[in-house]
Unconditional design. Structure first.
Ligand code: SAM
Length: 261
C-alpha cells in the first residue's frame, strides 16, 4: 500500500451538501461508468462522517448502474475507522488513502471541499497525483461548496489536465451569481480580482443576471437561463445546454477561466 499523500484537515461535512455535484456526475460521467468494466468511483476526503459517500453511492446506483463501486478514501485513520459501520461491500467501502488514491484505478474521483484547506501551490501537484492514478479515460471532479450545498463549483479534469469549470446554485435563494465567487475551487478563488478571466466570467454572469431582472416574475430559473444565454451570446464558451442551465448550472471551457497569473 503506498503512503497516503496529503494532510489531515477539518472534517466538516453535511448530509446532502454535495447533491448538485453528484447529479452532475451522474449526468456527465454516466456513460463513462456504464461502459467501464469496473465502475469504480472514489470519494476522496469524505470527512468526519461518511454521509456524502453513502449518498454518492445511492445516487449513482440509482441513476447510472446498480453495481457501481464507491470507495471513500480518507487520510485520517480515525475517520476511516468511524466510517466502517456504514460500509456495504462490494458497493461501498472505506479505506485510508490520499492524493495517490491508495493504489486504486478509479473511473471517477470526486474530491469536494478537500483542496480548499490547502495552499494554492498544492493544487497542481494534487491534481497531477490524482489524475495520474485514474483508469484510462477516467476523470477527476474537484471543487468546493457551502455548508448546505446551495452554492458550489467544481473543475472537471482528465489525464491531460483541467477541461471545464461548473458553477451551480440553488436559484430560489440566490441573490446574485457574484456570491459564487466565495465558493470557487482553490485553483481560482484567489484569482477573483480584476484582470483575471474568472473575475470577468463571474462579472459577466452577474451582469446577465442583473439585466434579466424582469424575468424574475417568471421565476429564478427563467432569470438564470436568460443570464447564461447572455453570457454565451457574449462569446463565453458555455459547454452545456439549457436543460442543465434550468438546474442552476453553467459549465464553461477551462481555458476561458484559467488563471492569467
Ligand atoms: C472538509 S472535509 C470534506 C468532507 C466532504 N468531502 C464534504 O465535502 O462534505 C475534508 C476532508 O478531507 C480530508 N483530506 C484532506 N486531504 C486529504 C488527502 N490528501 N487525502 C484524503 N483525504 C484528505 C480531511 O482529513 C477531511 O476529513
Amino acid at each position: 500500500m503506498p503512503r497516503p499523500v496529503g494532510a489531515i484537515t477539518r472534517g466538516t461535512t453535511n448530509p446532502n451538501r454535495l447533491r448538485r455535484v453528484d447529479n452532475w456526475i451522474a449526468a456527465h460521467c454516466g456513460d463513462l461508468l456504464r461502459d467501464a468494466p469496473d465502475p469504480l468511483v472514489i470519494d476522496l476526503g469524505f470527512g468526519a462522517t461518511p454521509v456524502t459517500t453513502v449518498e454518492l453511492r445511492a445516487r449513482l446506483a440509482t441513476a447510472v448502474r446498480p453495481d457501481v463501486r464507491v470507495v471513500g478514501l480518507e487520510i485520517d485513520p480515525a475517520r476511516v475507522a468511524a466510517a466502517a459501520p456504514a460500509a456495504d461491500p462490494p458497493g461501498l467501502d472505506f479505506l485510508r488513502g490520499g492524493f495517490e488514491l491508495a493504489g486504486l484505478r478509479p473511473v471517477v474521483v470526486r474530491a469536494l471541499n478537500v483542496l480548499r484547506q490547502y495552499d494554492e501551490a498544492a493544487v497542481g501537484p494534487a491534481w497531477r497525483a490524482m489524475t495520474a492514478a485514474l483508469a484510462p479515460d477516467g476523470v477527476l471532479v474537484e471543487g468546493t461548496c457551502d455548508e448546505l450545498g446551495r452554492l458550489a463549483s467544481w473543475v472537471l479534469l482528465d489525464g491531460a489536465g483541467p477541461r471545464s469549470l461548473t458553477l451551480a446554485a440553488k436559484l430560489s435563494t440566490l441573490d446574485t451569481p457574484a456570491t459564487l465567487a466565495e465558493r470557487l475551487p482553490k485553483a481560482l478563488i484567489h484569482h477573483n480580482v480584476p484582470g483575471e478571466p474568472v473575475h470577468e466570467f463571474v462579472g459577466a454572469l452577474s451582469g446577465g443576471w442583473r439585466d434579466a431582472a424582469p424575468y424574475a416574475t417568471f421565476g429564478p430559473r427563467q432569470r438564470w437561463v436568460r443570464a447564461v444565454s447572455a453570457v454565451r451570446e457574449a462569446g463565453w464558451p458555455v459547454l452545456d445546454r439549457p436543460a442543465r442551465w434550468r438546474l442552476g448550472e453553467v459549465t464553461v471551457a477551462w481555458p476561458a477561466v484559467a488563471p492569467a497569473t
